[in-house]
Design a protein around this ligand. Structure first.
Ligand code: SUO
Ligand code: CP
Length: 315
């Protein structure tokens, strides 16, 4: 792999899932591969899982890790070309990405959607500027429109927990008072379209995801109907794509409860985390054996390790 930014960078999904499972069973088998190689983890936004799991995965592969929180540790970065830099951004990504690329063999970047300008977010300005100027492979740690390391961990988790050949997987919108990006939902949908699953998306009217991410998913606006017979419930809040970045409803009836889980076929509850308890999903669900959110988060390490191994092999 030369980059890991979108699903299109994946040469073979089943092979990558298998790599993740291999790493889980034998974490230190490829320690020599990353010897004397350095990865830079560049964060424009907060993180718990992505930061720790990617660092751990890189260390399992024998790599050195440098982490940078842009704007806190480093200078604020200008992304636009040709502007007069008389604002609060002291450095341009042209120099910053190029310099980071001199210190690091792989650059990994987290930069969420601003949720103000849809065209700008969906053109993936930050990720593409890093790809343009870093001069080394770039890994997506959650960008404006996608979170592929999460989606790969989700695929690994579904592979581990599925009890049917072709499970029913339901992506459900959850209520939240803050406008959140569509990245996790987009990405999950994009990856589920490549898995052998019966994939359903349920959300209130007005929360349709961009068609290129929905793909062949069945969209059902009645959440209870969507949940019937499901093997996996994947919860996530996202703000509107049509009325870009807006919170159109906070309808608490969309929260996942035990009553709703009873509509499933003993379905498992998944969420990328962080999750707000009793707003998006009840304590009862999260604390029940049906919740696999911790196992899912644990698989972030193996997802990152499979990806970094692929990128290291391509250096
Ligand atoms: N990386 C996992 C999700 C990150 C982000 N969630 C958040 O910002 C939640 C913040 C809050 O609940 O206040 C998102 O939705 O893309
Ligand atoms: N799921 C996820 O990406 O978590 P963090 O935002 O904590 O990294």
């Amino acid at each position: 792999m030369t980059n890991f930014v979108t699903y299109n960078d994946v040469p073979d999904l089943n092979a990558l899932i298998q790599e993740g499972l291999n790493a889980k069973h034998n974490p230190f088998a490829d320690q020599a591969l990353g010897h004397n190689k350095t990865i830079g983890l560049i964060f424009f936004n907060s993180s718990l899982r992505t930061r720790m799991s990617t660092q751990k995965a890189a260390q399992n592969l024998g790599m050195n890790v440098i982490t940078m929180n842009v704007g806190q540790d480093s200078w604020g970065l200008e992304m636009e070309e040709g502007v007069v830099m008389n604002g609060d951004k002291a450095e341009h990504v042209k120099e910053a990405a190029a310099v980071v690329g001199k210190y690091c063999d792989i650059v990994a970047v987290r930069a969420f959607a601003g949720l103000k300008d849809r065209e700008k977010d969906y053109s993936e300005v930050v990720m593409s500027q890093f790809q343009k100027y870093a001069g080394v492979p770039v890994v997506n740690l959650e960008s404006a429109t996608r979170h592929p390391l999460q989606s790969l961990a989700d695929c690994i988790t579904i592979e581990e927990f599925r009890v049917k050949q072709r499970p029913k997987v339901v992506l459900t919108w959850l209520p939240h008072f803050k406008p959140l990006p569509q990245a996790v939902a987009n990405s999950f949908s994009e990856w589920m379209n490549h898995m052998d699953v019966d994939f359903v998306i349920t959300h209130p009217e007005g929360y349709e995801l961009a068609p290129e991410f929905v793909g062949n998913a069945r969209v059902i606006h009645n959440q209870n109907e969507a949940f019937e017979g499901a093997d996996f419930i994947y919860g996530k809040n996202w703000s509107s794509y049509q009325q870009y970045g807006q919170v159109l409803t906070q309808d608490p009836s969309w929260m996942v409860t035990m009553d709703k889980m009873r509509l499933t076929d003993n379905g498992k509850f998944m969420h990328c985390l962080p999750v707000r308890r009793n707003m998006k999903v009840t304590d009862e669900v999260l604390d029940s054996p049906q919740s696999i959110v911790i196992e899912q988060a644990a698989n972030r390490e193996w997802s990152a390790q499979a990806v970094l191994k692929g990128v290291l092999q391509g250096l």
